[in-house]
Design a protein around this ligand. Structure first.
Ligand SMILES: Cc1ncc(COP(=O)(O)O)c(C=O)c1O
Length: 399
């Protein structure tokens, strides 16, 4: 194949698509399992996973079969009618979690938007003047105006002011700062059990337990944003199960559809009861193709031995990263993560490591300026981890 097909697509992107993403100079055309191919036929080992999304790898046969079957049956009729795939998905999500009710949407941002609106509505219905949301530094919750306002990062917020009022910022891991932020107007505390975009930072168990206690004591809702760290990333189906701390509301997206766009907000029957007809909605929410795909993803994760496998290979990856860090002296500042969501905090620029790894056929991503993030499919093999580690080590040396 000629070597210029990728370059042509890269160039046409700039001429036709809004330039709001910092894309890598790579045009990908096909994927299978842990591999993707560019338009020139070059193969890459994918440890980026579509930003922690393709949890079962590319074109997983069970998900493809579900999608195909649904494609020949019914795609979309809207939420004016009852349909089976979203019910099957909601029943499974509830059976595997604390939840009793699910709201479906199309992305992580929308799932968090729904959670924040639910928190305000629930408190108002209960007769409280509670509308403030406590969020954390380095958190990331989405790009809609409410979720952007809840994302306490000026780099994302600049130029979009005025933001949604009522957001109070506390420090991740610091319960004293939470005590200072929670007040008589607090509706909810919103937290990622493992911060993803903020640099792959797992919360401590004590911190999440402390949040639970404080929410209970002050009648505010505890919302776990598991958009990135849910769906098996930590080795448990949901991160809250890893910590043993149960939230009132949990949001999912990314891996829920293994790349087919779908988001979900899960909660209890009594809290979910605040969203009566007309209060919130989405034309595509619970879309039949997306819901059928997500049913297959959830079944594969819960029946297929995938989580047990992921924990075994996660240990192998963790050990490999530790020995790599030892070999590289002070190049690596810190290793963090849980399960198959791993961060390597480097001294220097993470972007350069990402570029150097790509040049050797390994896709990884950054999480902030100095963290290299690994989020391979949970189906990654031992051999693929053995293949990735030396590439990463060379990339860290070179970049
Ligand atoms: C923890 C978390 N919440 C929310 C979002 C937003 O999800 P989406 O991009 O699907 O709107 C992301 C995206 O990276 C995320 O990592």
């Amino acid at each position: 194949m000629p070597q210029d097909r990728s370059a042509a697509i890269v160039e046409r992107t700039a001429d036709s698509i809004v330039a709001n993403y910092g894309r890598q100079p790579l045009a990908l055309v096909r994927g299978e399992g842990l591999h993707v191919w560019d338009a020139d036929g070059n193969r890459y080992l994918d440890f980026a996973g579509g930003i922690a999304t393709t949890v079962l790898g590319h074109c997983h046969p069970r998900v493809v079969a579900a999608l195909e079957a649904q494609a020949h049956t019914l795609w979309h009729v809207s939420n004016l009618y009852h349909t089976a795939p979203p019910v099957e998905l909601a029943e499974r999500l509830c059976a595997h979690s604390f939840a009793e009710r699910v709201f479906f949407c199309n992305s992580g941002g929308e799932a968090n938007e729904a959670a924040l609106k639910l928190a305000r509505r629930y408190q108002r219905d209960a007769g409280w003047d509670r509308f403030e949301i406590v969020v954390f530094d380095r958190g990331f919750h989405g790009r809609s105006l409410f979720t952007l306002s809840a994302t306490a990062n000026p780099a994302y917020q600049r130029g979009f002011e005025p933001l949604v009022p009522g957001i109070r910022e506390a420090r991740f891991g610091d319960l004293d700062s939470v005590d200072a932020a929670i007040g008589p107007h607090t509706a909810a505390v919103l937290v990622e059990p493992v911060q993803g975009e903020g640099g792959v930072r797992p919360a401590s168990r004590e911190f999440l337990e402390g949040l639970r206690e404080r929410c209970d004591a002050s009648d505010c809702l505890l919302i776990f944003d598991e958009v990135q760290c849910g769906m098996g990333r930590t080795g448990e189906l949901f991160a809250y199960q890893h910590y043993g701390v149960v939230p009132d509301v949990m949001t999912l997206a990314k891996a829920l559809g293994n790349g087919i766009p779908i988001g979900a907000m899960l909660t209890t029957a009594s809290i979910g009861g605040a969203l009566v007809p007309g209060t919130h909605g989405s034309t595509f929410g619970g879309n039949l193709l997306a819901a059928a795909s997500a049913v297959a993803v959830l079944d594969e994760l819960t029946e297929g031995g995938v989580l047990a496998h992921s924990l075994r290979v996660a240990e192998q990856l963790e050990n490999g990263l530790e020995s790599l860090a030892r070999n590289l002296g002070d190049r690596v500042a810190e290793l963090r993560g849980l399960g198959l969501l791993r961060g390597i905090q480097v001294r220097g620029e993470a972007g350069k490591v990402v570029d150097a790894a790509r040049e050797e056929g390994l896709l990884v991503i950054s999480a902030g300026a100095d963290v290299v993030r690994l989020a391979p499919a949970l189906t990654v093999s031992e051999e693929q981890i053995e293949e990735a580690l030396p590439i990463l080590e060379r990339a860290l040396q070179r970049a």
